[in-house]
Design a protein around this ligand. Sequence first.
Ligand code: URP
Ligand code: ZN
Ligand code: ZN
Ligand code: ZN
Length: 474
Amino acid sequence: PEFDLAIRGGTVVTAGDTVQADIGIRDGRIVAVADRVEGAAREIDAGGLLVLPGGIDSHVHIAQPSGPGIVMADDFASATRAAAAGGNTCVMPFALQPRGESLRATVDAYRAKADGQCLIDAAIHLIVSDPTDSVLGQELPALVADGYTSFKVFMTYDDLVLNDRELLEVFAVARREGARVMVHAEGYDTIRFLSEKLERAGETRPYGHALSRPQTVEREAAHRAISHAELIDVPIVIVHVSGNEAMEQIAWARARGLKIHAETCPQYLTLTAEDMKGIGDPDDMAGAKYVCSPPPRDAASQAAVWSGIQRGVFDVVSSDHCPFRYDDPQGKLNPRARTSFRWIPNGIPGIETRLPVLFSEGVSKGRISLNTFVSLTATNHAKLYGLYPRKGSIAPGFDADLALWDPNRRETIRQEILHHGSDYTPWEGFAVTGWPVMTISRGEIVAEEGRILGEPGRGRIVDRTVNPTERRAD
Ligand code: URP
Ligand code: ZN
Ligand code: ZN
Ligand code: ZN
């Protein structure tokens, strides 16, 4: 047969088009998109279904060191299973450099954790926490050349925060090497000031987390990062934007002609700070399930972020999947968590629910088109982080990474149907319309109706290359 697999009779959606077409696949790649594809060893009937590029989630945390006594709830095996069940075919986690350690050693150890574990493909970003002369001068340039072409920097967190000088140094390396920098924009000193004040006032419960990181904290840091990016003349990505304040800084920067990219996440569209009050929990700690940074805000912020999505402020919607177990001494309810919100590990699980939540709230409720959904969940991730034209669309030459969606399927998100390693979902009981019923990774079915089908280890680590035109001298 000419094709290994044909997907017939579906509605094929890309960032630019919606067409009735068959797809022919050979050796894991798409080789034909046509009216009619004949002669395949195997056929899948996609009648009544949408055929979308598999989701690319360019911001997930997997098996990442999370401080003394705290353990992340997903390894590469469970995270990639959950991702696949949720309609994704590629995830991008972070190799986090602990201070005092070599970045190269960090990356090698992290890659070893992924070895033999992944169900779908993954591409690895770096987190730079210790930009020493050798990291800036040798390790980062060599790692970018080896395919690690993006790194995240933090403006908060004791173990990760970079000062302004360090941010500038890392931005300068990104400019020279043509790498992509992601910025966690929340101001360290302000958070410390507010946290200590809240603790003195006895406001130690999970909701204190939201009070310790108001939007001004995010806006100030976004502005500072943007100013540094302007000085160095390098594009940056402001990640997990939670509301209007940071969005205004991004719009201001773009009006000045600066290349500022932006990411938001489903939590900023569907959750609020009120969730951190854990209302109804006699133990007063259930709000910890929603503790992430920046914190979800309020209904007005949700509306602002939707409007930003509609106006093109956001390039990508990622999950920022950062899973901890709730009822676990190594998770949200660790021994210190009751003494103050500051000891609740930051982050929520979302790798499996990102796409259904955005599809339902976005496409099914008429806020965004299917094409915009594809841009925000696949195509733009691939373009931003060097996976395009290999991943992120449906056309000859692309990896056969696909998700078949039933746009009319009604489901209720519940922990018991999910595959992640966490023991809860922030979207428990959330009703959605539209569901990924089959996920295909490089031509192989890896998930169907919630069942996982591929072998762990079939997923590959994807090395990326920098477009030489992105490299610029000082
Ligand atoms: O609370 C969050 N988002 N934790 C994950 C780490 C990060 O800053 O993205
Ligand atoms: Zn972050
Ligand atoms: Zn952009
Ligand atoms: Zn994150």
